[in-house]
Design a protein around this ligand. Structure first.
Ligand code: HPA
Length: 274
């Protein structure tokens, strides 16, 4: 299935009817452990995904499934409390549908956060990482199919998907808060199974610092329609095979909850500096 431009417009029109003349600038997709930031939005207007024409609902644990519009860190934001993942059965186009709708509503910046496995053996679980680039070597693109030129070109550049000026702002924010911030490459795996030790060894050799099951489809879509992007990863666990212990979704959720305080403080400080 491929969405038409008219469908994106229809979704945007419905949301517009709920938010009036509010002008969101920063779209935020909050991953595991950070969904609560949606509750910090001032003067919030919540729009459940299920009410928006053509929207899918998020089924992953800890993903609430609504858009919250309002003010956060002095910016007018559109916060996605919960994202869609390919492993839930959604196509990449469906996974990143909301990004284009938020673009139509006026957002020019996308902030993405996620939980991921740590591939870099010099780092530790609990570390925060600024995403400087990503890898998605296989599987299709969210831009596959007929191009919608209203959003962007057929063959978009991917040289600077993660906006250097926003990365600088993030570094200053982390420094100001004395929060150590790693920087590295996020590598996408579709999941839902965690990677094998052999996969992790292979992708470490290729330059991956983190592995996760989200974010990249939305960032590709955001870059295509000319949005600036800022991305953060919370490294919830050492990736498969590094420690002699099995990985679990529960471990990821617990580590995400434990780091949520410093993670949300960093994201908030970045918003203030954007
Ligand atoms: N692999 C993929 N996704 C993840 C991981 C991991 O180790 N941890 C949290 N999300």
């Amino acid at each position: 299935m491929q969405y038409t431009f008219a469908q994106y417009e229809e979704s945007a029109r419905y949301i517009r009817s709920k938010i009036g003349d509010l002008q969101p600038k920063v779209a935020m997709i909050l991953g595991s452990g950070l969904g609560f930031m949606g509750e910090q939005v001032e003067n919030p207007i919540a729009v459940p995904y299920g009410d928006i024409p053509h929207f899918k609902v998020s089924t992953a644990p800890g993903h609430k499934g609504q858009l919250v519009f309002g003010t956060l860190g002095g910016k007018t934001v559109a916060v996605m409390q919960g994202r869609m993942h390919h492993y839930e059965g959604y196509s990449y186009e469906e996974v990143s549908y909301a990004v284009r709708v938020l673009r139509l509503l006026g957002c020019d910046t996308l902030v993405v956060t996620n939980a991921a496995g740590c591939v870099n053996t010099a780092w530790a679980a609990g570390d925060l990482m600024l995403i400087t680039d990503h890898m998605k070597l296989f599987l299709e693109s969210p831009l596959r199919g007929e191009n919608l030129p209203e959003f962007g070109p057929r063959f978009p550049d991917s040289s600077h998907l993660y906006t250097p000026a926003l990365a600088s702002a993030a570094r200053s924010a982390a420094q100001a808060l004395s929060i150590p911030l790693r920087e590295g490459v996020y590598c996408y795996f579709p999941g839902p199974q965690f990677e094998t030790p052999a996969e992790i060894r292979a992708f470490r050799a290729l330059g991956a610092d983190a592995v996760g099951m989200s974010t990249v489809p939305e960032v590709i879509t955001a870059g295509h329609c000319g949005m600036q992007v800022l991305g953060f990863t919370l490294l919830t666990n050492m990736a498969a095979g590094i420690l002699d212990q099995p990985l679990s979704g529960e471990e990821v959720m617990e580590a995400a909850a434990a780091a949520s305080g410093k993670f949300s403080a960093l994201v908030l400080e970045c918003l203030k500096r954007m």
